[in-house]
Design a protein around this ligand. Structure first.
Ligand code: AGP
Length: 631
């Protein structure tokens, strides 16, 4: 997490830095800060504020900052509380070097101890502060070698320092000794260079620079670059100069607009019919000869034939999408499938089994645990001599240019467009659709379902866009009303079974992350094994009851909750059995397989309205960040 932005050129740096930070605030909003080189004195002017970017902007209101070279940072606190002293940029003791960093320096304590023995005084509790001090020490050494004060010297100093750093980072460094230069570097954290008019810039993500350029150069892992107003030099970890062609940003990568919605989250919930349309257009192709539909994933799917089992690795909401995916892949396509928390998988992976497909699911493509787990899996499978153990990988992501996009050869781009709200909504929906595509593909290849059954599922998917529009229209107001009655509750239980159990988990996660109300999701049949003890009239139960295999069971489980005085909210079509609900959020009747794609919508709306009613910062909930690039 954390977002960094930096610029050097002939134009004032501050507007770009602040605009970039605004676009990066989704990555963290515990504090914000900038450092700019003062043109006359060549001194570094640093300004930082605790909390949201607007506090920094208020600080800067009466200041005339005209420098053209600068760096900026928006923080999600890892080491040290969200206080001004821990806000970036961090400087060395002389104040001549300033650094912004996104990542975690795992060996910072060792480095800090050594620097303290040498007499360095630290002003923050962060891991990052070791970097400017180490660069200062390196520059002192280089000056004894009579190296000139210029960008190339800064590049050497930063390169030497990062070779001692353990962990992951993206960083940008300013030095008053080379006042038009910037050095940037990355290891397992994103960084993109932008080529503007009269300026070069870099940032953690494309929207941060999209108002200033649409020509970018993604920095590869372990690369370091020197940016000056005259150009860019990029070097790999062997110090070999790298040359590559810039690429253009797609329009969708540039637009971040709330339209007329009060919050991005609500807009993104409303984007979902469009997400469904996009997916159908992009990935469903009708064979003109036999009239059958095919899933149009761009990679060669021959390897699917040998796959005997699937492991899926993900975190948070992506894991809930993976759980629906796992249900489909097992029950529809007949392939044994396991889902793992990435953070658990990386330290306790299952024993290696042959002919396994590993799927990484991450909307941001940057989640540190997911990236590390996939990396570990690639390494341990590649080192096996037995060919049946070799890695077969797919990544499901919304950012194909991200770390996972570079790590994994076979990408399913969920094409949801940029999601700004920290709570994932439309990307969850698009991840679900990607799994429907995979399940159909496997069912076709393995013959686990008749063409007729596959056709029925596809027909249900094609019907989605108008159903979703209808759902939004019906439930936006009703969930606002419901939120009015429930905004003060303390606990909520979500129940679901089968393919809708992960939807219960996702409903609970949405509610807790944006409204700070305690919520838990359970497989409905498990409630009587413990959670039922929580129930009384103060604990509402939201029960997902889609007609199909387990409908009667879910209704019985809801009945058990009602008998304990819980207020019962049903997410179900109006049909026999649903009269037991105190309040029914009506869902159009559908095939059980596609029911998660409909059931999730009212749950998203309800969470949104409860959080909005509580007056909370829906798009940027406390303590969270959109991409979790630390372990
Ligand atoms: C979603 O609402 C959450 N903010 C969070 O659980 C998220 O899904 C998780 O951090 C994984 O993110 P990813 O999809 O970018 O890997």
């Amino acid at each position: 997490m954390c977002g960094i932005v930096a610029v050097t050129g002939y134009k004032k740096a501050l507007p770009l830095l602040l605009n970039g930070l605004e676009k990066l605030e989704y990555r963290g909003y515990d504090s914000a800060g900038i450092a700019v080189i003062e043109p006359e004195t060549k001194n570094i002017i640093c300004n930082k504020a605790e909390g949201k970017l607007r506090n920094l902007i208020n600080n800067l209101n009466d200041k005339n900052i005209s420098g053209t070279v600068g760096i900026g940072h928006t923080r999600w606190a890892t080491h040290g509380k969200p206080e001004v002293k821990n806000a970036h940029p961090h400087t060395d003791s002389s104040g001549n070097i300033a650094v912004v960093q996104n990542g975690i320096i795992e060996n910072f304590q060792d480095l800090k101890n050594k620097l303290e023995i040498e007499g360095v005084i630290f002003n923050s509790d962060t891991d990052t502060e070791v970097i400017p001090h180490l660069i200062q020490r390196e520059l002192n050494t280089l000056s004894k070698l009579k190296l000139e004060n210029n960008g190339s010297t800064l590049l050497v100093a930063v390169r030497n320092v990062i070779s001692d750093l353990e962990g992951s980072y993206a960083l940008a460094v300013l030095w008053s000794g080379a006042p038009t230069s910037l050095v940037v570097a990355r290891r397992q954290a994103p960084l993109i260079i932008g080529l503007g008019e009269g300026e070069f810039m870099c940032a953690s993500d494309t929207p941060a620079i999209a108002n200033f350029t649409n020509i970018i150069l993604p920095l590869e892992d372990e690369e370091i670059a020197l940016l000056t107003p005259l150009g860019i030099e990029i070097y790999d970890s062997n110090n070999e100069r790298q040359y590559r062609n810039p690429v253009s940003l797609k329009v969708s990568e540039q637009i971040i607009d709330k339209m007329n919605f009060k919050h991005f989250m609500l807009k993104e919930i409303y984007d979902q019919p469009g997400t469904a349309k996009n997916w159908l257009e992009n990935y469903l192709i009708k064979n003109s000869e036999n009239g059958q539909y095919q899933i149009n994933y761009s990679f060669d799917t021959k390897f699917f034939e040998s796959i005997e089992r699937i492991d899926i690795i993900a975190c948070g909401t992506s894991k809930h999408a993976a759980m629906v995916g796992s249900f489909l892949l097992e029950q529809f396509s007949g392939i044994p499938t396991n889902v793992f928390y990435a953070s658990e998988f990386r330290y306790s992976p299952p024993p290696l089994l042959p002919n396994t497909l590993t799927i990484g699911v991450t909307q941001s493509g940057e989640t540190a645990d997911t990236i590390a787990a996939i990396d570990m899996e690639i390494k341990r499978r590649s080192s096996s001599v037995d060919k049946t153990f070799k890695p077969n990988l797919i990544a499901i992501t919304n950012r194909k240019e991200s770390s996972i996009g570079r790590q994994v050869p076979n990408i399913i781009d969920i094409c949801a467009g940029i999601e700004v709200g920290v709570a994932a909504t439309k990307t969850f929906f698009a991840q679900l659709l990607s799994f429907y595509g995979l399940a159909i593909k496997f069912a076709q290849i393995k013959g686990s379902q008749s063409p007729d059954e596959i056709g029925k599922l596809i027909t249900e998917l094609i019907k989605l866009p108008p159903l979703l529009e209808d759902l939004l229209e019906k439930h936006n107001q009703s969930s606002e009303k419901l939120a009015h009655d429930f905004f003060n509750i303390k606990d909520v239980i979500f129940l679901g079974r089968g393919i809708n159990y992960p939807i219960a988990l996702e409903g609970a996660l949405k509610l807790k992350e944006i409204s700070y109300i305690h919520a838990a999701g359970y497989p409905a049949g498990e409630m009587k094994h413990g959670p039922i003890a929580l129930l009384d009239k103060k604990v509402p139960v939201i029960s997902i009851a889609s007609p199909g295999e387990v409908f009667d069971k879910v209704i019985s489980n809801a009945q058990e909750a009602k008998a304990r005085d819980s207020y019962l909210i049903g997410i179900a079509p109006e049909c026999n059995g649903t009269e037991i609900f105190d309040y029914l959020m009506k869902i159009p009747s559908s095939n059980e397989w596609v029911s998660p794609l409909l059931n999730i919508v009212p749950l998203q709306l309800l969470s949104y309205h409860i959080a909005a009613h509580r007056g909370l910062d829906v798009d940027q909930p406390r303590n969270l960040a959109k991409s979790v690039t630390v372990e």
